[in-house]
Write a protein that binds this ligand. Structure first.
Ligand SMILES: [Ca+2]
Length: 332
């Protein structure tokens, strides 16, 4: 989320929103099975995205299968666990990136982790995200899981390179091909640019996007940057980790909503909020910059603005403000 190049008209855009219409799921009527992979450190839109995902789970639209942290910031995983616990889902498995990975400072993770109950002590104490991914994928029905990344792609690179283990006899790429319906990635700048989630671990991005065996839909930098949310949290109860995250980050001012768009699309599809450009391929270069090519078609797609950003913001913020279910506290 560093640079942005204006979008020219994409004359050959193919709009196939119908193919992504809400309700199109592996099994009709069942919640969308989601694995949420976040950096949860630099920007607070990760906090907002987690809130949106929990709200969608409370509404019965999503089932949160597992989570992963792609940052080595010491409190990232504990902050995420505290948010999950607040919503009554403190037992969601959380894995963290191991080996070489990005570490950035955070304005909010330590404060949230220290203010709200949770049982994961630190990012270093979390199990390897690859193990959490493999265990979760192996247990879910074939072709059913939607992975949402709102951070770096290091975990997905490591998952692709993973070997057969006690959870599955399949190597990483084959396991993904069998279990993952779609990867929704907050990443790229469309049609070209150099975006934070992609360029901070460019080698991982090249591998993950280049080798991914199922469809990918990108919510590019240009989508979330116009969608301003969070100031409504000023009216939220102070006993709320989402409010505290934004308070520490920017004093509860409105903030761009990159990560929430990916979560919302992953669960509901584009609905009437977005169009989807289907077909083509995202190319990531060694310096972390990216460009879109309409051929070859590698099953990649990206969101296009349809509704005014304020209307999308209203949908997202209402989910961010949704209180936990009444029984959430007893489940903490
Ligand atoms: Ca993020």
């Amino acid at each position: 989320m560093v640079s942005h190049i204006a979008i020219p008209m994409v004359a050959v855009a193919i709009f196939l929103s119908v193919a992504f219409a809400p309700g199109r799921r592996a099994t009709a009527g069942e919640p969308v099975r989601v694995i949420f992979d976040t950096d949860m450190a630099t920007d607070c839109d990760d906090v907002g995205a987690a809130a949106v995902l929990h709200a969608l789970a409370d509404l019965g639209e999503a089932k949160i299968v597992a989570m992963a942290v792609s940052s080595k910031e010491p409190y990232s995983a504990a902050c995420l666990d505290a948010i999950n616990t607040y919503y009554g889902r403190g037992d969601i498995p959380i894995g963290a990136v191991k080996g070489a990975a990005v570490e950035e400072k955070s304005k909010y993770t330590e404060a949230v982790a220290k203010a709200f109950p949770h049982d994961l002590a630190s990012t270093a104490d979390a199990p390897d995200a690859v193990e959490v991914y493999r265990k979760a994928l192996a247990a879910e029905p074939d072709g059913s899981v939607v992975i949402v990344t709102v951070g770096f792609l290091t975990n997905l690179k490591n998952l692709l390179e993973s070997k057969p283990d006690g959870y599955s006899p399949l190597a990483g790429k084959e396991l993904i091909a069998k279990k993952v319906k779609r990867w929704v990635c907050m990443g790229l700048t469309i049609p070209e640019g150099r975006e934070w989630n992609i360029h901070r671990d460019a080698a991982a991005s090249i591998k993950a996007i280049g080798d991914w065996p199922t469809p990918i839909t990108f919510s590019g930098y240009e989508i979330g940057k116009e969608i301003m949310t969070a100031s409504g949290l000023r009216g939220a109860a102070k006993d709320n980790p989402i409010r505290l995250g934004y308070e520490k980050y920017n004093g509860l001012a409105n903030r761009e909503s990159w990560d929430q768009t990916a979560v919302l699309f992953a669960v509901r599809g584009p609905g009437d909020l977005w169009d989807v450009h289907v077909g083509g391929s995202a190319e990531v270069l060694p310096d972390g910059s990216n460009r879109w090519r309409d051929s070859p078609d590698r099953g990649h797609a990206y969101l296009l603005k349809k509704k005014p950003p304020a209307e999308v913001a209203a949908v997202i913020e209402s989910l961010m403000l949704r209180p936990p279910k009444p029984d959430a506290h007893s489940a903490r």
